[in-house]
Write a protein that binds this ligand. Sequence first.
Ligand code: IMP
Length: 173
Amino acid sequence: MVDVLISNERLKERIRELGRELTEYYKDKTDTLHAVCVLKGSIHFFSELVQNIDMNVEYSFIQVSSYSGVSSTGRVRVKSWIDEPIEGRHVIVVEDILDTGLTLSYVIDYLKRYRPADLKIVTMLKKLGRTSLITPDFTGFEIEDKFVIGYGLDYNEKYRNLPYVGWVRGELK
Ligand code: IMP
């Protein structure tokens, strides 16, 4: 039984606002933004967000993982990486959820080596009460510290295609 935590309507409304915030923030800084989607969990958030940014947006996709089941393994595995040049570019890294920040701090450290002009972090969800290595620059929603699924987020590759963010009451299968 899955309980809805954030409905599709609320997600879309907040993502529209985030798009406006980003457009406002970047409009005097650059005419092209380079957005990095952290797969797989960010796929829906990324897709909705970039459609709400009113400027040129270039895309890169990277795939990393650190979770197994409901907890972090503490190790980050890189499955694929960007091959577009980002030196001197304004870059936003688009993440699904910030928990310990381990995954993202690893990604950020590496991306900085390409010397972007500026690098900001946008996360759809941030877990409250967790100590994170990373402070996001833009956040969609702050949620309580529990394991959530849907709108890209999975439990062992399941539930990603739910159109809302929810949590499973009872045992996860
Ligand atoms: P961190 O490295 O601890 O910040 O974890 C970030 C990554 O772990 C996210 O990109 C997700 O893939 C996964 N993750 C963390 N919390 C959850 C959750 O509640 N549901 C599903 N995946 C999660």
